[in-house]
Design a protein around this ligand. Structure first.
Ligand SMILES: NC(=O)c1ccc[n+]([C@@H]2O[C@H](COP(=O)([O-])OP(=O)(O)OC[C@H]3O[C@@H](n4cnc5c(N)ncnc54)[C@H](O)[C@@H]3O)[C@@H](O)[C@H]2O)c1
Length: 470
């Protein structure tokens, strides 16, 4: 009798659970289906911006919004790029604008028009007709409204990472870029780091065989930084939102390695997180507040499966005392690249020739190659962008040079009327984890569909390539 009652209870519960109108999870032919989010229809007459080019510009006239920890470095880097005019500087705080004017002065640039003092001062800057590019370095919640307003006022946009935090923001950015036919590039610097770009060149030349998976991460304990962000925006965001809120440093290099929306596309993800401990404890230690509502996991892990049956694994941990890492592991059928903790390659001998190592026949991928072979590989496959810019990039700096290369390439492509290295769909794909992982986590790690942000054109471009002027 007791058994029968328990069975009935389970049956009633199962029926209620299955028929709940609120359930996002669907089963078809006995197979769990990824949770779908709404994909807005592309408005009639609106064109995609894949491979977008705009008329060449001799001079790129730029205005910067956000001069906190990161912004002034960008202004400094721009003074080292030929064919640039810095027209305007904007921050909530006038003293930050003034401090950045000193950078211009030091580098023999004329003073720029300063905007500050109110939340909306940046709008007047976007409304000017003598600026080509608005460069946004504010906190995450302000990225999308600023990018959209700038494009609506005829400007190209470069926006810091993540480009947007919600799917609504992402679709609004895409629709605005498509409607205005303006560039909107997310400033993902890690795709230009030396190991990543060399490895990309190697895998594009087939050294690793068929690439099957890539791993990336943002693992960086932020205890030393929390107090430094304007009005505590970053800690507040992590407190409020569960999910991988800062995925782009891992996603960028992984997606380029897998030609995402250039021959492959991400179909769905699943996410799982560990309970948050270190950051709530940090808040209690430093403020006395006992935190019970902290949302962001200690470690958030995401797994993604692509249309071509390949995978991406991404991690986010800004809480744990452990060494900085972006993982960056890429594996193919003939070899493997790994950046952290020690950068190296493992490659099957037949993939190499005597220009790399005279003993290539003895090589197998069971262990990493020797230092000599690694150096020889990195020399042979040095990316053309690094051949041109490495020396100057290391002098100007910015995360070891990758920030300068990113800015230089942005200006170079605009000047030469070329497609930018990263388009608005990259921004969407690399930023969408913030909301999609939250949905997965809130549904016991259920699979969540990753929209095709190109809305039908993911297989039009064949392979990821950087553009160069002839
Ligand atoms: N790519 C990287 O390696 C990297 C590194 C650090 C930061 N970032 C990104 O850069 C952005 C900024 O980070 P940060 O560390 O400089 O933060 P921050 O808090 O130090 O700076 C943000 C600045 O934006 C200004 N601001 C805010 N609202 C404004 C408004 N309405 N008008 C004008 N100015 C406004 C603030 O006054 C502040 O000076 C973030 O998106 C962050 O993720 C990227």
């Amino acid at each position: 009798m007791k058994k029968l009652f328990s069975f009935m209870l389970i049956a009633v519960f199962a029926l209620t659970a299955c028929s709940s109108p609120k359930s996002l999870v669907k089963v078809k032919d006995g197979v769990l289906q990824p949770i779908e989010t709404e994909v807005p229809v592309r408005p009639a007459g609106q064109k995609h911006v894949l491979g977008l080019t705009t008329p060449k510009m001799d001079v790129v006239r730029v205005g910067f919004i956000g001069l906190g920890m990161r912004g002034p470095g960008a202004v400094d880097r721009f003074t080292h790029i030929p064919g640039v005019e810095i027209k305007a500087l904007c921050d909530l705080h006038p003293e930050r604008v003034e401090k950045t004017q000193k950078i211009l002065e030091r580098n023999n640039f004329p003073r720029a028009t300063g905007y500050s003092g109110s939340e909306d001062a940046w709008k007047a800057m976007c409304e000017r007709d003598d600026i080509d590019l608005i460069y946004i370095v504010t906190d995450w919640k302000r990225h999308a409204p600023m990018a959209i307003y700038a494009m609506e006022h005829g400007k190209h946009v470069a926006v810091e990472v993540p480009g947007a935090m919600t799917l609504d923001e992402i679709w609004n950015i895409i629709n605005t870029a498509e409607r205005t036919q303006k560039h909107c590039m997310m400033l993902e610097n890690c795709v230009y780091d030396f190991f990543e770009l060399t490895t990309l060149n190697m895998l594009q030349k087939g050294v690793f065989g068929e690439v099957l998976y890539a791993e990336g991460a943002y693992i960086h304990q932020l205890e030393d930084f929390w107090g430094a962000y304007e009005a505590d925006w970053r800690l507040k965001y992590n407190r409020e939102f569960r999910g991988d809120v800062y995925a782009t440093h891992g996603m960028g290099p992984a997606c380029q390695a897998l030609d995402i929306h250039r021959g492959d596309k991400m179909n769905y993800l699943v996410a799982m997180d560990s309970k948050p401990i270190s950051i709530p404890a940090f808040i209690e230690r430093t403020t006395g507040e006992k935190v019970t509502d902290f949302q962001n996991g200690q470690l958030t892990m995401t797994m993604i499966r692509t249309e071509k049956g390949r995978t991406i694994q991404i991690q986010h941990d800004v809480a744990t005392p452990r060494p900085y890492s972006r993982l960056y592991n890429v594996a193919g059928t003939k070899g493997y690249a790994s950046k952290y903790p020690v950068q190296n390659y493992a490659v099957q001998g037949e993939q190499l020739d005597a220009t790399v190592t005279p003993n290539h026949e003895d090589l197998n991928a069971h262990s990493f190659v020797s230092r000599e072979v690694r150096e020889s590989l990195m020399k042979k496959y040095k990316h053309p962008i690094h051949v041109e810019l490495e020396e100057q990039a290391k002098k100007v700096g910015g995360h070891g040079g990758m920030d300068f290369i990113m800015d230089y390439r942005l200006v170079y492509c605009l000047q030469n009327g070329l497609p930018l290295d990263m388009d608005v769909y990259d921004l969407a794909e690399w930023s969408c984890l913030a909301e999609l992982t939250r949905i997965s986590l809130e549904n016991n790690s259920a699979p969540v569909a990753i929209p095709d942000f190109t809305r039908g054109y993911w297989n039009t471009t064949k392979g990821y390539r950087h553009a160069f002027a002839k």
